[in-house]
Structures are given as C-alpha cells and as structure tokens.
Ligand binder design. Structure first.
Ligand code: IMP
Ligand code: MG
Length: 184
C-alpha cells in the first residue's frame, strides 16, 4: 500500500451499497421524467458510472470539467463545458453529480453556469460532504453556496483520496475512500 494512503474511511462495499440506494431513490424522485445527469469531471467519473448503472429508468449523461485544487489547497474554480451543451439540457431536468462538497464553491459555480443555459430545473447530488464548523474564508468560499439535494455520506473535514478523488493526479482509481497521509 502506498505510504500516502491513510485510514480507510469508507470501504468499497459501503460506497457501492449507498450508490445503488441513491440510484433507486433518484429514479423514484424522477418518475415519469428523463433527467440529464451532469457529472463534474474528473472527480465524479466513478460515481457517474456507478450511479448511471444503478438507475433503472431512462437517463442521459453529460460531462463538465471543473478544476480548483492545487495539491490539497482549494483555489478559484475553473469550469469547462462541452460544445452544444445548451441544446442538450434546455428545458430538461438536470441533476448535477459531484464527488465531494467541501466549500461548496464548485457546486455553486456549476449550478449557476448551467442555470443560465435554460434547463427546466437543476438539482444536485454529492457523494461525500465534509463536516465543517464554518465556511472557509478566501476565494474558494465564493460564490454563495448551494445546498445539495442528495448527500451520500457526511465525512470528517480531512483531505481524502479514492473513488474519484485525487491528490496531485493520483489515487482516483481506489475503490474505497481513505485519508491522505502527508509528511512524517
Ligand atoms: P469545493 O468547491 O470546495 O466544494 O470542493 C469541491 C471540489 O474540490 C471537489 O469536486 C474535488 O474535486 C475537490 N476536493 C475537495 N476536497 C477534496 C479532498 O479532500 N480530496 C480531493 N479532492 C477534493
Ligand atoms: Mg471535483
């Protein structure tokens, strides 16, 4: 095991079980409607794949890319949208799916940007949400936070890796969620 992989917070089977359960709940919440699942890359690539397979009904999938972290430090959010996204989400229910909610800046930026493209509605799901006493100051705390509609797990306020989450481009492929172990 790499020296940077610390304590396992959530083993693979707990994550898989929760994602399947969320898939069933979402499908019920969207009965009779065909949402566009918009996954925020790269962190939510495993979540999007697992959630889409847990979804029993019709669904479309789109990808946007967000970047904000420099190592373990949050910075300003940069967002990239694919060409033609507007025509594929206009008038439709959109479900934004992201790996983790920390300051909420990424989700806020994604929602604000997609809302400008004229969807019927924008709802949000995050798999992990960090428990924090108060919002962190600085650029990452802007703009005003969006409350996620569905949350998979509340986790401690630590830097975590695995199930899509990276540290300097590594560990996204771990099937579990672990704490990053730094220095010694
Ligand atoms: P927020 O904008 O502060 O809510 O942070 C959300 C984004 O930052 C996520 O989509 C992740 O890509 C990244 N991030 C936040 N916390 C962590 C972490 O503990 N490990 C790895 N990436 C993280
Ligand atoms: Mg992310």
């Amino acid at each position: 095991m790499a020296a940077e992989i610390g304590k396992i917070l959530l083993p693979a089977d707990r994550i898989a079980g929760r994602v399947r359960q969320l898939g069933r709940r979402l499908a019920r919440a969207y009965t009779g409607r065909e949402p566009v699942l918009v996954a925020v890359m790269k962190g939510s690539f495993l979540l999007a794949a697992d959630l889409a397979r847990a979804w029993p009904g019709p669904i479309d999938v789109e990808f946007v890319s967000a970047e904000s972290y420099d190592g373990t430090r949050p910075g300003a959010v940069r967002l990239r949208l694919p060409r033609g996204l507007r025509s594929r989400i206009a008038g439709r229910p959109v479900l934004v799916v992201d790996d983790i909610y920390d300051t909420g800046a990424t989700l806020a930026k994604v929602c604000r940007t997609l809302e400008a493209l004229g969807p019927a509605e924008v709802r949000t799901l995050v798999l992990f949400r960090k428990r924090r006493a108060r919002p962190r100051a600085g650029p990452a705390a802007e703009p005003a936070a969006v409350r996620p509609d569905w949350v998979g797990f509340d986790i401690p306020d630590r830097f975590v890796i695995g199930y899509g989450l990276d540290y300097c481009g590594r560990y996204r492929n771990l099937p579990y969620l672990a704490v990053l172990r730094q220095g010694r």
